[in-house]
Design a protein around this ligand. Structure first.
Ligand SMILES: NC(=O)c1ccc[n+]([C@@H]2O[C@H](COP(=O)([O-])OP(=O)(O)OC[C@H]3O[C@@H](n4cnc5c(N)ncnc54)[C@H](OP(=O)(O)O)[C@@H]3O)[C@@H](O)[C@H]2O)c1
Length: 267
């Protein structure tokens, strides 16, 4: 094979020279996405609410030699979202290649138990923050002339559960947002895709999965017979950001060991 071909093929699997913002990078899936993008060569900025935990991560990443910065931001606050993008713009000279809207949270309540405050909190954290951060980041993404947004949905936004309606509704809306932006922003060289994980071993899920009955019920319905690991989700997110995925936009990929395609597992 000619050398030129080899080098152009390997460049499809590299993020060298790119810039990225990943929200919620101090724990769980976000932590792994930050590391994965940095390993592929991106310079990454991340944020979280807890400053001490964020600083601990930043110190670990310095030791590993990654180009990663971070700032405290509660993405549920409109003003803090504006500060975050101003900071990213100044750090990356007004150009951003990758935006991963990773932050999300859940409340396992029955529909009749949700309060007005629960509704605002869940819709703001899971949907409005991702919408507004994308709006704010648009000029930076457009300026890079080669950009990719990845949204974080959930299997709760694809299939249905008999608990956590507001989370599922917000995650379903994220899937539609992904499709709309793929059409609206393609002209600006911005691709938008979405990842919908099943149960993944993170601090957020640990809360729910310590209920052994729930854990067993998930595993029993999952063809691959286990729950997922954060690095399995971050690999998919990284793939969607790579030049190798340059013709993929508007898509949602479930990463759930087959849970959402399963009707029945016969013994
Ligand atoms: N784990 C699963 O089983 C699963 C399944 C389906 C979908 N998901 C989705 O995957 C995404 C990540 O979930 P995860 O399980 O990795 O969550 P996690 O373990 O709770 O980690 C969340 C990360 O986001 C940060 N964060 C949370 N709220 C924030 C806010 N308002 N502003 C800024 N940062 C915030 C947290 O740091 P601070 O607390 O310091 O802010 C932390 O770094 C979410 O969108 C979730 O809905 C997860």
């Amino acid at each position: 094979m000619a050398e030129g071909n080899t080098s152009s093929r390997s460049s499809k699997w590299s993020l060298k020279g790119t810039t990225a913002l990943v929200t919620g990078g101090s724990k769980g899936i976000g932590y792994d996405i930050v590391e994965q993008l940095a390993e592929l060569g991106a310079t990454v900025h991340t944020c979280a609410r807890n400053e001490a935990e964020l600083n601990e991560c930043l110190n670990q990443w310095v030791t590993k030699g990654y180009k990663i910065t971070g700032s405290v931001c509660d993405v549920a606050s409109r003003a803090q979202r504006e500060d975050l993008i101003a900071r990213v713009s100044s750090e990356f000279n007004g150009k951003l290649n990758i935006l991963v809207n990773n932050v999300g949270t859940n409340m396992q309540k029955q529909t009749l138990d949700f309060t007005e405050q629960d509704f605002s909190f869940l819709v703001n954290t899971n949907l409005e923050s991702a919408f507004h951060i994308s709006q704010l980041a648009h000029p930076l993404l457009k300026a890079s002339n080669n950009a990719s947004i990845v949204f974080m949905s959930s299997i709760g936004g694809v299939a249905s559960l008999n608990i956590g309606t507001i989370y599922s509704a917000a995650k379903g809306a994220i899937i539609q947002l992904t499709k709309n932006l793929a059409c609206e922003w393609a002209k600006d060289n911005i691709r938008t895709n979405c990842v919908a994980p099943g149960p993944i071993r993170t601090p957020l899920a640990a809360e729910h999965l310590k209920d052994e009955k729930l854990l067993d019920a998930f595993i029993e319905r999952t063809p691959l017979g286990r729950i997922g690991e954060p690095e399995e989700v971050s690999s998919l997110v990284a793939f969607l950001c790579l030049p190798a995925a340059s013709f993929i936009t508007g898509q949602t990929i479930c990463i759930d060991g087959g849970l959402t395609v399963n009707c029945l597992l016969l013994q």
